[in-house]
Design a protein around this ligand. Structure first.
Ligand code: NAD
Length: 452
């Protein structure tokens, strides 16, 4: 579904009139459509500042160089450079106490005005929960508030801001994360905190052209919507994809599969033999399985007092119970270095009127990935969740007009996301380079105003 205000903003004459009336228009986001490349950031200027005692400077510099960006190193008190940079990065991994926050303030205060439209601001800091004392922890946590607020301020120019927690020794896992955050693939990710750790082993060599070549991926519920976009994006990066959806959607699933060189499977995820059939299909048709995306999901909204058992049971069965049952049965079939990504929702984080059933399942998914992630580290498998905000699909097209309009505007970027935004984040988590992220809930919500 297209967003009238975003389209209006793209028309120069019309947008000048509307802005003249004092109505803010959302900025059309520059999204990724092309395959990833080694030189992903070619021609992009990034201003980089290493704070006192910073430990990730070498990793940042190497990433920018590998990705083809022009790096402009500065000191915290330097005057702004004479350009409109695409990225501003501050390495605060040496942060000791609240006095150290002054350097972050000085850097962004000097440079943020110049950040290009659609630009990226990123702060790297050690995780607060590993701080030596409460004072250091306060300083590290303060970064989150500063950056989230920066994200709110940057939204009007379609720019974003994120915090990255870098565990001791995890600097070499930063490259894939920085590439994603600086690229057009993260256009609808704003105000988030990502945690990069060393618990899952990292491949010796990372390839950024066709990073999923040779991988077999299953996407449940992929005949349309977010699932279809995900299947297409995984295939674009080299994966062979199994398009699985309800038998009634088999023709649509086959059409998607045909267009991306994958295979189709008509199966209801709640069937008792669903996992066995998926496993059999993956092994017989593709010789194994590397990536599982649990995307199939439904809503059946009613306030709790009006919710009949059918609505409750259906949503619980599809979104949570079947997901867990299928996943548990597929873990053994997954090759080492595998990736599991589950679809949660900001509804599962913040709750929604009429969604006690849906929110229970989406919060349950978070509990499941958090519990499962540590269990598979020995096999190099990561388990993560994506929590989409308001995404323009058939699911949200069913919302009442006024609710839909409010849901669209209530985020830093003042617009809904597209299925492709979720697909790009899933691709990122599915790549070998994302080994630093495990047990994470990545919100792709444009910096939605609700939820944590
Ligand atoms: P959608 O309704 O467009 O697509 C869902 C797909 O899942 C459909 O193809 C459907 O046939 C399939 N499916 C449903 N029940 C199934 C079953 N029993 N077995 C097999 N397949 C089944 O929905 P969407 O908006 O693309 O959502 C995809 C996922 O993202 C869902 O898990 C949803 O909860 C989540 N999500 C969506 C939004 C949003 O704003 N659209 C927000 C948060 C989370």
């Amino acid at each position: 579904m297209s967003d009238f205000l975003v389209r209006l903003g793209e028309n120069k004459a019309a947008s000048a009139v509307v802005r003249g009336l004092g109505v803010p228009l959302p900025k059309a986001l520059r999204r990724n459509t092309a395959p990833w490349t080694q030189a992903l950031l070619q021609g992009k200027d990034v201003v980089f500042c290493a704070g006192t005692g910073a430990a990730a400077a070498a990793a940042v510099t190497r990433t920018l160089e590998n990705a083809g960006a022009a790096s402009h190193p500065v000191f915290p008190s330097d005057a702004p450079v004479d350009l409109r940079p695409h990225g501003l990065i501050f390495d605060a991994t040496g942060l000791q106490d609240p006095d150290g926050l002054d350097e972050i303030y000085a850097f962004f205060h000097a440079h943020i005005r110049n950040l290009a439209s659609g630009g990226r601001a990123i702060v790297l800091v050690r995780p607060p929960d590993t701080a030596a004392d409460p004072v250091q922890r306060a300083a590290r946590r303060a970064v989150e508030g500063l950056v989230r607020s920066m994200g709110r301020e940057l939204g009007r120019k379609g720019a974003t801001a994120q915090t990255v927690h870098v565990a001791e020794g995890a600097e070499d896992r930063l490259e894939a994360v920085l590439r994603f955050l600086l690229s057009a693939s993260s256009a609808y990710v704003s105000g988030q905190v990502l945690h990069v750790a060393t618990t899952v082993s990292s491949p010796a060599e990372l390839i950024y052209d066709q990073p999923l070549a040779g991988k077999v991926a299953l996407v449940t519920g992929s005949a349309r919507g977010i699932g279809e976009a995900t299947a297409r994006a995984l295939a674009r990066e080299g994966a062979t994809v199994i398009i699985m959806d309800r038998p009634a959607e088999l023709a649509a699933a086959e059409a998607v599969a045909k267009s991306i060189g994958g295979s189709a499977l008509g199966l209801d995820i709640t069937n008792a033999d669903a996992a066995a059939k998926i496993r059999e299909h993956a092994e017989a048709t593709h010789g194994g399985l590397d990536i599982v995306v649990h995307n199939a999901g439904v809503t059946r909204d009613k306030t709790l007092a009006n919710m009949d058992e059918d609505r409750w049971n259906m949503v619980l069965d599809i979104n949570l119970k079947a997901l867990i049952r299928v996943n548990e049965a597929l873990i053994d079939a997954l090759r080492d270095g595998g990736r599991i990504v589950c679809l949660s929702s900001i509804g599962g984080i913040a709750g929604n009127v009429g969604q006690t059933n849906y929110a229970a399942t989406k919060a349950g998914v978070i509990g499941y990935i958090e519990g499962l992630a540590p269990r598979l580290v020995d096999r190099g498998i990561t388990v993560n969740a994506i929590a989409p905000g308001f995404i323009e699909t058939q699911m949200t097209a069913k919302m009442p007009l006024a609710t839909r309009e409010v849901a669209r505007r209530l985020c830093n970027l003042s617009q809904g996301g597209l299925p492709e935004d979720i697909a790009e984040a899933i691709v990122f988590l599915a790549t070998p380079g994302a080994s630093g992220l495990n047990g994470e809930v990545l919100r792709v919500c444009g910096g939605n105003f609700i939820g944590a």
